[in-house]
Ligand binder design. Structure first.
Ligand SMILES: Nc1ncnc2c1ncn2[C@@H]1O[C@H](COP(=O)(O)OP(=O)(O)OP(=O)(O)O)[C@@H](O)[C@H]1O
Ligand SMILES: [Mg+2]
Length: 156
């Protein structure tokens, strides 16, 4: 079953992210798919707080750094990537991606196309779209049991 939520404000998108962050108890990988300005980073700002990233760490867009890392609660850390400026998947090695995949990292990726093409196994894909009123339509797709369990926690 596909879940779909419409948010009318950036605060609503942050709240949704917060709920997802709260539901994360172990390493997962989440793709955030959608055009410029559709709310991906806004969502991660909420997700980070729900995951217990301390308020003294401002959550900013990794569009230039490519990756931002934050210590989180429950023995996890948040690795927030934005691959918009990544020219090839080989460059991921330079930003240390191989060292975070499969560890204690919650991996959240904006502009994930290169990783998807490389068959990286995301647990969840969140697709952001604009509606005619400029609200955001956010659709949740789960791959495998981990993703499905998370969605049932959030939407139960
Ligand atoms: N319902 C909404 N949800 C999310 N953001 C919204 C919403 N309504 C308005 N906004 C505004 O839209 C902008 C979304 O920007 P954001 O940086 O989150 O997008 P993004 O998808 O990460 O873009 P990019 O691909 O450039 O990284 C913000 O300025 C935010 O305040
Ligand atoms: Mg962004």
């Amino acid at each position: 079953m596909t879940h779909r939520i419409i948010t009318q404000t950036d605060a609503q998108t942050r709240d949704l992210g917060f709920r997802m962050g709260q539901a994360i108890t172990r390493p997962v990988s989440i793709a955030l798919t959608g055009d410029l300005g559709c709310g991906k980073t806004t969502f991660v700002k909420g997700l980070a707080r729900g995951l217990g990233v301390d308020r003294r760490y401002p959550v900013t867009s990794p569009s230039f750094t490519l990756i931002n890392e934050y210590p989180a609660a429950r023995g996890l850390r948040l690795c927030h990537l934005d691959l918009y400026r990544l020219a090839s998947v080989e460059e991921l090695a330079h930003i240390g991606f191989d060292d975070i995949a499969g560890t204690d990292a919650v991996i959240v990726v904006e502009w994930p196309a290169l990783l998807k093409d490389d068959r990286f196994a995301f647990d969840l894909d969140l697709v952001f779209e604009f509606d005619p009123e400029y609200h955001r339509i956010i659709s949740f797709f789960a791959y495998g049991q981990t993703g499905a369990n998370m969605l049932s926690t959030i939407f139960s």
